[in-house]
Design a protein around this ligand. Sequence first.
Ligand SMILES: Nc1ncnc2c1ncn2[C@@H]1O[C@H](COP(=O)(O)OP(=O)(O)OP(=O)(O)O)[C@@H](O)[C@H]1O
Ligand SMILES: [Mg+2]
Length: 438
Amino acid sequence: MTGPFAWQAAGPMLLVEFGGTEKTLRSGPSYQVGRDPRSDIVIDDIRVSWNHAVLRAERGAWFAEDCGSTNGTFVASRRIDRFEITGDCVLHFGSTDGPAMSCSLYRWERTDWPSVDRRPSAVMRAPARALRIGRATDNDIVLDDLGVSRHHAELRNVGDGRYTIVDLDSSNGTFLNGARVIFTSPVTEHDIIGIGPATFRLVGGELRQFIDSGDVSLIAQDLTVRLGDRVLLDRVSFPIGERSLVAVIGPSGAGKTTLLRALTGMAPATEGAVLYDHRDLYSHYAELRHRIGLVPQEDVIYPHLTPRRALGYAAELRFPGDTSDEERSVRVQEVLDELKLNQTTKDRPEPVADTPAAALSGGEKKRVNIALELLTKPSVLFLDEPTSSLDVELKEDSAISANRAGSRCTGPCAANPSATGRESSSSRPATASTWPAG
Ligand SMILES: Nc1ncnc2c1ncn2[C@@H]1O[C@H](COP(=O)(O)OP(=O)(O)OP(=O)(O)O)[C@@H](O)[C@H]1O
Ligand SMILES: [Mg+2]
């Protein structure tokens, strides 16, 4: 993906938070702030001018510029015309106590900025002796996720302010800074513990927990893929914001599949990095690969298997050995229902779920492939040519179902609801797709 197909961002990106919403701004365009509803950041406050200010990057530096507003733009009570954003700061519009926007820079090297510190879903005292984590309800911390073993890991206080994490022979692993823990490992305040969808960090005698429910950003940074003398991807950079849908469009051979394989870590780029929630995907791959789903371009189900059996086998392979048949079949049923694979009609007395794959249409197989990936509720889902065999109705249904079935959380959907003209789904992963040229 070179030349006209490269989407490149030169310089750092600006993360702004206003009214509870975060936006990631890449350098290049100017971002308008004001009361005008067409602004990039709309501030509906009478003290704020219609075109109040602009955020833009110039030669790698970000600036906030007042556009001659009536009541001014302020940083730390000082009225500014033009202000260089060099670190974390808060801008006030219309008055020193007017609507506030916090700004921070995405520095590429800032890979040690884990989500757990920014948005802990729970904070508890570090254990005096030991604290057990797992799926069963008798644990001190219960993680209700089929990827987690019943008794998964234990955080132990070994005295003198030191702690260790012990993996209790879990199926899918306990991770420290992205690497799998073999039996036990010391834990310091600089370390991140990963268990299923949860991340933990010890800070000042507290244990902070963050549950990855899909509220994660993904950043491609200068991805380059070389194959011999050929450059298949040439310094491609872009952010994918939290809860968003991104479509990559390009002709056959443009490098869409190559990009997806680099973004998911399946075939890492020769140069560059992918940041998953500010963590380097390639060096934390053992842990983070479980949070990413990839629906490949080709069909993956064996022709003689029915989708229900295929999903059942996939569940056995991916979920811990201590999950019951019932737990697995409930999840399989959920996914089949979400993707409408269980339905029967007058013309189709046998549901897709119970028809051997060899007898399914291209679109039905595509939905089965999506179902297979959604089984483990990935936070980010990539689909390679997701709609190539689907009609318009099914394209909409699949996009919505993919969003609805995959996530662990509830809340409004930012995954392209306006494109389908339907209401937000209640739960979804962020989604990136590549679309065929034709
Ligand atoms: N393993 C490989 N060996 C040699 N060349 C390769 C390999 N994989 C991809 N390429 C080449 O890299 C380029 C990009 O391929 P890629 O599969 O990413 O394209 P694409 O945009 O996904 O195309 P399509 O829409 O046809 O799926 C193509 O020119 C292809 O021939
Ligand atoms: Mg392709």
